[in-house]
Design a protein around this ligand. Structure first.
Ligand code: KIV
Ligand code: NA
Length: 266
């Protein structure tokens, strides 16, 4: 797709219904992102998500997925351990979580981890730029790569990760010019989020995309739907209908034979 300059579509899914929705020929990759922590589980950061919680959701996504390629984020802490434990954790995501690839945040410093997993046959998607798992160390969720040093580091990290065997790389919250340059320098496809339109693909968080998430909206999010308004209006109508006893109506209720009723209540 990169060679043909056909944009790659990636979308997150966290459960069976969102996975079914991603199982369309319009979506190329389903990502079980660790954004799961915030949008589904109510945690304040992805660092709170455990590997077993991730696996539980991956299994649901796998049950709802037909053709797209499923990739899961390795949760914070699950790949900062020994090589052996990192491999075991990635294998659990593949065997128990039934995903086909894993995504890891980081640059040059995780090169050997990417190499080790790839070499054992687990496809690795890299992730550079804004790294939500390091939001504390990075002093918040901020655009990266705006100055010479940080832009150069993103380029060298991306090249190192490609060399280590990553099959693709997410570029998050970096200037569009830098993302275009990295995309042109790499042989592997780049998937952007807040990285402009010249990456090989785009990714968005499901709840941001369909507009069910009413919280903070990052600059790079476009709400393609407004399901929150629809949902809230449905809740309001449901509650009103219950209070007014207009729900359920006759067509939504079961009937009983009169003679039987008389016998029961006699
Ligand atoms: O966790 C996530 O959803 C992600 C994507 C937005 C890239 O990492
Ligand atoms: Na993530």
């Amino acid at each position: 797709m990169k060679d043909k300059r056909t944009p790659i579509t990636m979308l997150t899914a966290y459960d069976y219904p969102s996975a079914l929705a991603c199982s369309s020929n319009l979506i190329d990759i389903t990502l079980v992102g660790d954004s799961l922590a915030q949008v589904c589980l109510g945690y304040s950061s992805t660092t709170e998500l455990s590997l077993s919680e991730m696996i539980h959701h991956c299994r649901a996504v796998a049950r709802g997925t037909t053709h797209p390629f499923i990739v899961a984020d390795m949760p914070f802490g699950s790949y900062q351990v020994s090589d052996e434990d990192t491999l075991r954790n990635a294998v659990r995501l593949v065997q128990e979580g039934r995903v086909e690839g894993v995504k890891l945040e980081g640059g040059e410093e995780i090169k050997s981890t990417v190499w080790n997993l790839s070499r054992k046959g687990i496809p690795v998607m890299a992730h550079v730029g804004l790294l939500p798992q390091r939001h504390v160390a990075m002093s918040g969720y901020r655009v990266q790569g705006k100055d010479v040093d940080s832009a150069r580091k993103i380029v060298s990290d991306a090249l190192a990760l490609e060399e280590a065997g990553a099959f693709s790389i997410v570029l998050e919250a970096i200037p569009k010019e830098l993302a275009a340059y990295v995309t042109q320098r790499l042989r592997i496809p780049t998937i952007g989020i807040g990285a402009g339109s010249q990456t090989d693909g785009q990714v968005l968080v499901w709840d941001d995309m369909i507009g069910t998430w009413g919280g903070h909206k990052a600059k790079f999010v476009r709400r393609f739907g407004d399901l929150k308004t629809e949902r809230d209006s449905a809740i309001q109508q449901y509650a009103e209908a219950v209070k007014l006893r207009t729900f359920p109506d006759d067509s939504e209720s079961y009937n009983m034979d009169k003679a039987i009723l008389e016998e029961v209540t006699r």
